[in-house]
Design a binder for this molecule. Structure first.
Ligand code: ZN
Length: 266
């Protein structure tokens, strides 16, 4: 069973130290039981990092309209009962379970602040400037702010499908972004600049061998990447190969829309 001190050691092994800025993607289930639970893991990150941020996305607030712009990587009118199950986005709406318990614990930390995008919010401690950089039109601005601040991305029990910085690389490389809709107390809000599908992201791994740092916790390997280099590498690959990092599922509307837009441009 791992404890707070194990996590402190692992973060130090990754080269993280006082003053580090950390973007976390964690899936703690892969670690088994931790003494002190999620709070112990969060405590270690907050003890080591000056700035600690995690995505607290809420696709639970997403609405699928009956009509909308074309080439938008989705099927309109396909929501069925999901629209009536959508939740109103409020600042205290929990992050989707897929974001992991650590992101949700960070959101709930007394000293944490959350940005207010109805689908793509981030929560953080010591991250006020990073979080206020986000706008409805520029949902990935916190990643840009973290990259300029030389942050590191930590993948703990998570693979690159959780690595939202790769979405920022896609945007930088000019890849098509999408429009989605969110339910809020002020009505249904149109959200531009929404990135596509992450299912193909694990293909980046080999290209990041030169910049990855690894540490182990029992059977689990924890990885850390300098965010600026990660974005630079991924954006460079996408510029060279417009199909880089797309998934192979025939039925994926978002990856199909990206492929179609790449063909149009070439
Ligand atoms: Zn896809």
């Amino acid at each position: 069973m791992f404890n707070y001190r194990d996590f402190i050691r692992v973060l130090r092994d990754l080269g993280l130290a006082q003053g580090s800025r950390i973007l976390i993607h964690a899936r703690l289930a892969s670690l088994g039981e931790v003494t002190g639970g999620t709070q112990a893991v969060l405590g270690a990150f907050l003890a080591v990092g000056e700035t600690v941020v995690a995505p607290t996305f809420t696709f639970s607030a997403m609405i699928t309209p009956d009509v909308g712009p074309s080439d938008n990587g989705m099927e309109y009118g396909s929501a069925g009962d999901r629209n009536s199950a959508a939740q109103f986005y409020r600042a205290d709406l929990p992050a989707d379970p897929e974001m992991g318990s650590l992101a949700e614990a960070l959101r709930q930390a007394p000293q944490a602040v959350r940005s207010n995008h109805p689908l793509l919010s981030f929560a953080g401690v010591g991250a006020d400037e990073v979080l206020t950089s986000q706008t409805l039109e520029d949902p990935l601005a916190p990643i840009a702010a973290l990259a300029s601040a030389d942050a590191d991305v930590v993948l703990l029990g998570a693979d690159h499908t959780a690595n939202v910085s790769l979405h920022y690389a896609e945007k930088l490389a000019g890849r098509r972004q999408f429009v989605r809709w969110a339910l809020t107390p002020a009505g249904v809000i149109e959200c531009p600049g929404i990135p596509g599908c992450a299912d193909g992201f694990p293909a980046i791994a080999g290209r990041l061998e030169g910049i990855v740092r690894r540490a182990t916790l029992g059977p689990v390997t924890i990885e850390s990447y300098p965010l600026r280099d990660l974005v630079h590498t991924a954006a460079g690959w996408i510029r060279m190969d417009p199909e880089a990092l797309l998934c192979g599922r025939q039925s994926c509307a978002r990856c199909a829309a990206v492929r179609a837009s790449a063909v149009k441009e070439s």
